[in-house]
Design a protein around this ligand. Structure first.
Ligand code: R5P
Length: 298
């Protein structure tokens, strides 16, 4: 039994201070349960409220991608610079240290490889397993306009239902087929559908014209997808513009791990996302950090 002798009288009621509501700084998340808000805060930190996610889930459809041949050697050293890691449960269990402090966004859809129709995905992770892995969110590909559009949307809505039951948020990833136009009109449509049907945040590509209309019309955070490898200054410029135009951060893979100096690149991306560092300044930072890392594997 607790020692209850000489209990102190209560007195500090601060009657002149209104009770402070506990609020999240994540867009659209105020009505979510505490556990889900807590998980989202592992992705969107309390500081800037933005995120630098490191995407390394490519192997789930394309095998050992360039830069991901040895995740233990090339990705693990980057983790301390990532707010969140997007990966599969296979890589998580086999290769990522369980002492990881960053939020994990677990790839939860899959099925076809690059050799087949990519939109023919199914749910690939049970929410119980996501809970066992203590992930911050699960990610599902949504193929708006794709051959298996309805099936992929249904994958997402089933994960949203299961996620609400466990307090695990869902990231809707807008996938673009080979023949689809990548413009603001398409991404407004795709992002809004994901949010309307319950995704707690959305990942989508940057477009030079009208990206601010994509973020403005999406009631949950939009995270910019990295896409194909660009020269570092271009990638930093794209990330800067996306955040200035309303993105809640970035989820970049190849533009970080295929850089010739991935640690320098992820540190420069952090500055752009969290401190609004201008792209040219971030590129100078990248070059000076790269010099420091000469001779080091990553
Ligand atoms: C597919 O669409 C996945 O989300 C990717 O495997 C990955 O996240 C893409 O990252 P990046 O295009 O930045 O290399």
């Amino acid at each position: 039994m607790a020692d209850i002798d000489n209990l102190k009288d209560t007195k500090d009621y601060f009657l002149d201070v209104p009770v402070q509501p506990a609020q999240t700084n994540v867009r659209g998340a105020n009505a979510l349960d505490w556990g889900m808000q807590n998980r989202l805060s592992r992705i969107f930190g309390p500081g800037s409220g933005k995120t630098v996610m490191l995407a390394v889930d490519h192997g789930y459809f394309q095998g050992p991608t360039a830069g991901l041949e040895r995740v233990d050697l090339t990705i693990v050293p980057l983790l301390q610079n990532a707010d969140a890691l997007m990966c599969t449960r296979g890589i998580l269990r086999s290769t990522i240290p369980s002492s990881l402090q960053s939020g994990v966004v677990l790839r939860a859809s899959g099925g076809p490889s690059i050799l087949k129709e990519m939109s023919n995905e199914h749910i690939a992770v049970d929410m119980d397993d996501a809970a066992r892995l203590n992930v911050a969110a699960v990610a599902v590909q949504v193929f708006i306009g794709g051959e298996f559009e309805t099936q992929s949307v249904h994958n997402m809505t089933r994960l949203v239902d299961a996620g609400l039951g466990r307090g695990i948020p869902v990231l809707g990833v807008t996938a673009v087929g080979k023949d689809m136009v990548r413009d603001a009109r398409y991404f407004r449509l795709a992002c809004r559908i994901c949010a309307e049907l319950g995704a707690q945040f959305v990942k989508t590509y940057y477009v030079a014209e009208g990206f601010e209309t994509v973020t403005a019309s999406c009631p949950v955070p939009v995270v910019m997808a990295g896409g194909k490898k660009l020269p570092e200054l271009e990638a930093l410029t794209m990330a800067y513009r996306a955040v200035q135009e309303g993105a809640a951060g970035v989820d970049m893979g190849r533009n970080i791990f295929q850089s010739d100096a991935p640690v320098a690149m992820i540190q420069a991306v952090n500055k752009v996302v969290h401190d609004a560092m201008k792209p040219k300044q971030a590129f100078e930072l990248f070059k000076s950090l790269r010099r420091e890392h000469v001779g080091i594997r990553v």
